[in-house]
Design a protein around this ligand. Structure first.
Ligand code: UGA
Ligand code: MN
Length: 258
């Protein structure tokens, strides 16, 4: 078994469902050994409730605020970019004394992760690992199409011609690849088909580098990561001339990211 360090990069920002999502993700990651969690807050400052969740995992973690700058789409691109720069300049601190190798995974705060995604797939990625993601891209599942252990194409709805037709949750790259490149989620990726393929192509990777995971068998293949989104409840708004008042924004002293 590989003892590579797993480095998980999570952009996060204030939304009503964020604390619930982060608790779920923290509970999952706490079961994984040799994992460093890099959480980047899309905001001007760190949020104590978020940092407390990270502390309670007992995992080594890094929590830094980097608010999205002008020109970047507000979808975690700038935060992942800053995380890549942090990884490149703090590699030995992240790896610790016991590890020489690592794998980088971009895990958003609202997805649903099976522990085995980390222990069986990500931990073993030598260059570029790719696997199925459930409930993504407007379909039931997106996955690499595996022929004789290679990936000549992708089973996806949106733009299968992309070099890497994969969601952020569906791949991990070895730290060596990250260190041998300066690629980030740059502004030029706006002109490309998607941030994932933009980053991986910029890292000099090709389809032949793909190591598919979890494709064995003909049916009942398991999906280890789901592109879920926690729904925000609909609260009545305080309308002008409304006959009924909106409920008071009362949180009774509890921390809610209203
Ligand atoms: C989808 C993909 O799953 C993302 O990996 C991809 O970055 C994004 O599309 C994209 O279009 O670029 P989706 O689930 O639709 O993401 O969006 P969110 O989950 O709302 O956001 C992705 C990540 O960025 C989350 O971790 C979220 O917390 C973070 N985010 C989002 C910010 O840090 N700031 C924002 O203003 C919005
Ligand atoms: Mn999401």
């Amino acid at each position: 078994m590989s003892d590579q360090m797993i480095i998980v990069v999570t952009p996060t920002y204030k939304r009503l469902t964020r604390i619930a999502d982060m608790i779920r993700m923290a509970n999952t990651l706490s079961h994984v050994k040799n994992l460093h969690w890099i959480v980047i807050e899309d905001g001007n400052k760190k949020i104590p409730a978020v940092e407390n969740i990270l502390k309670r995992t007992n995992l080594p973690y890094t929590y830094l605020p980097f608010k999205t700058i002008e020109g970047y789409p507000k979808r975690g691109w700038y935060q992942r970019t800053m995380a890549l720069k942090f990884i490149r300049s703090n590699t030995s601190q992240i790896l610790g004394k016991e590890h020489k190798e690592g794998v980088v995974y971009f895990g958003d705060d609202d997805n649903s992760y099976d522990i085995r995604l980390f222990t069986e797939y990500i931990r073993n990625v030598k260059t570029l690992g790719i696997w199925a993601v459930g409930l993504v891209g407007g379909g039931y599942v997106e996955a690499p199409k595996v022929v004789n252990g290679t990936v000549p194409e992708f089973n996806v709805g949106y733009l299968p011609s992309r070099t890497f037709a994969v969601d952020m949750a569906g791949f991990a790259v070895n730290l060596r690849v990250v260190m041998n490149s300066t690629a980030v989620f740059g502004l030029h990726c706006k002109e490309r088909y998607a941030p994932e393929t933009c980053l991986l192509e910029d890292m000099g990777l090709e389809r032949k580098d793909i190591e598919p995971f979890g494709w064995e068998g003909e049916k009942d293949r398991e999906i280890l990561v789901w592109h879920t989104k926690t729904s925000t409840p609909n609260f009545p708004k305080a309308e002008k001339n409304a006959t009924k008042p909106a409920p008071p924004p009362e949180t009774y002293g509890y921390f809610v990211e209203v």
